[in-house]
Design a protein around this ligand. Structure first.
Ligand SMILES: Nc1ncnc2c1ncn2[C@@H]1O[C@H](COP(=O)(O)OP(=O)(O)OP(=O)(O)O)[C@@H](O)[C@H]1O
Ligand SMILES: [Mg+2]
Length: 440
């Protein structure tokens, strides 16, 4: 309708566009700082609530509160900075928008008055209407810039989790053999992602089916790592791990794990009754089977003394039972699935000598028809093992029976005499049920 007016409107629209474009990365940066500050604040909160017992027993309330205040202040400051910056483009664009309207009117009137074009008055009205329609979206975009960045940040956060490739369970093409329990490690080396040293260095062990194997070694020598590899929790190791001659890498991981019973030093119980917890891996188990598993784990004695027996409700985090009781329920839970391979990683170290003795006494029955790997710092619980593996700095230092190792392995002998010192200096008979804990 009019070239000069069009140029005016388009010129201002270009300026507005540039303003939006220029502010986009700046607002993105400020928004990034907000996300970072909020994440720090929230993870601090979660960590502190999670470690509440430690916070209280170490009297860390004061420093934790100061830490929380500092993080809260940082988050508030970041939010304020973002709001200030996000406000700027809007503040710049609003006068510009007014300028399109009033400028068009001014220019149009001037042209209508100074020339004789009769048509101009009519088109001027149309033009002012159109001009505001053309520039308004820019003002709106500027108002939404903060939201746009929020959406981008949120999508990126979700993507960072959703895009992690899931663990490959090989459930469609993995092998599902019936397990006999012959385990062999051939030249297995492994390094945790990001770690400097190898956690396992050319480990070669052969564990015949049905045997009871003890593993000992200093803290950090790689004992737990061996069991983690056996569960298929890490795939990127060198060498070969075989169960009954089948390469672990070829196996269906869920099949593998449902055939492994694992009890760790620190076990997680779900909130629910004792019975539900013991039967959690096999919901169809009968009550008799649950009781039998509890008996073998030495747990029956205390469960029966609980106010509601097997129907006692375990609170979230199982805070209403002791550490040793939790341990025994975990052992019962592992025994209930009757796994061909059972791994006890420091499983009895939280137990009192009596409960440990019950489990040790039941060990012959527990180990019947399955392969057992027992990791322990208390050598007394390893004495009866068929073979004992001594680990040192990720390597297999020696393998043998208790007598052989006592003869030739210095690490074993050293620990044995350290744990049984009291016997040499007085009480001659009877194996000690618990030596002093020698973990570093
Ligand atoms: N998740 C991990 N990431 C990185 N390094 C790890 C990880 N877990 C263990 N390590 C390292 O691997 C080595 C072996 O650890 P592992 O847990 O197997 O020791 P361990 O013999 O079971 O010790 P402990 O007797 O204390 O349980 C250690 O040096 C440890 O620092
Ligand atoms: Mg360990």
């Amino acid at each position: 309708m009019n070239a000069i007016l069009s140029l005016w409107v388009l010129g201002i629209a270009c300026v507005m566009f540039l303003v939006v474009l220029l502010y986009m990365p700046t607002i993105g940066r400020y928004h990034g700082k907000v996300v970072e500050a909020e994440t720090r604040k929230n993870s601090f909160l979660i960590e502190t609530v999670h470690g509440m017992r430690t916070v209280k027993s170490l009297a860390l309330e004061g420093s934790k509160r100061r830490g929380w205040d500092a993080r809260g202040a940082t988050a508030v400051r970041a939010n304020r900075n973002l709001a200030l910056v996000a406000n700027q483009p809007q503040t710049i664009l609003q006068p510009l928008e007014k300028l399109t309207y009033s400028g068009t009117l001014l220019l149009g009137c001037y042209m209508a008055l100074s020339t004789d074009q009769a048509a101009l008055a009519g088109s001027l009205v149309a033009f002012t209407m159109l001009a505001s329609r053309a520039t308004q979206p820019f003002v709106q975009i500027a108002g939404m810039l903060q939201q746009v960045q929020e959406v981008r940040g949120a999508v990126a956060q979700v993507a960072s989790i959703v895009n992690i490739p899931p663990e490959e369970l090989r459930s469609d093409h993995g092998l599902r053999p019936r397990f006999q329990g012959h385990i062999s490690f051939e030249d297995v080396s492994f390094r945790y992602p990001g770690a400097q040293n190898k956690a396992l260095d050319r480990v070669t062990v052969d564990i015949p089916r049905g045997s009871v194997v003890g593993v000992m070694g200093r803290s950090g020598s790689g004992k737990t790592t061996v069991t983690r590899l056996l569960q298929g929790l890490h795939q990127d190791y060198d060498g070969l791990i075989k169960i009954d001659g089948v390469d672990l890498r070829q196996m269906d991981i869920s099949h593998l794990r449902s055939n492994l019973g694992v009890v760790l030093q620190d076990n997680f119980l779900f909130s629910g009754t004792v019975r539900e917890n013991i039967a959690s891996a096999r919901a169809d188990a009968s009550f008799e089977e649950v009781i039998e598993a509890a008996r073998m784990a030495g747990a029956e004695e205390f469960i029966e003394r609980l106010p509601r027996g097997y129907d006692t409700y375990l609170a979230e985090g199982s805070t209403n039972i002791s550490g040793g009781q939790r341990q025994r329920i975990a052992i019962a839970r592992a025994l209930l699935i009757n796994p061909p391979i059972l791994i006890l990683d420091e499983a009895t170290s939280a137990l009192d000598p009596d409960s440990e003795a019950i489990i040790n006494a039941n060990l012959t029955r527990i180990s019947e028809g399955r392969t057992m790997v027992i990791i322990s710092h208390r050598l007394t619980s390893l004495v009866d093992c068929d073979i004992i593996v001594v680990m040192e700095r990720g390597r297999v230092y020696d393998v043998g029976t208790h007598e052989e190792l006592l003869q030739r392995c210095d690490i074993y002998r050293h620990l044995w005499f350290q744990q049984n010192r009291h016997q040499n200096s007085g009480v001659p008979n009877e194996r000690a049920l618990s030596g002093p804990d020698t973990r570093d």
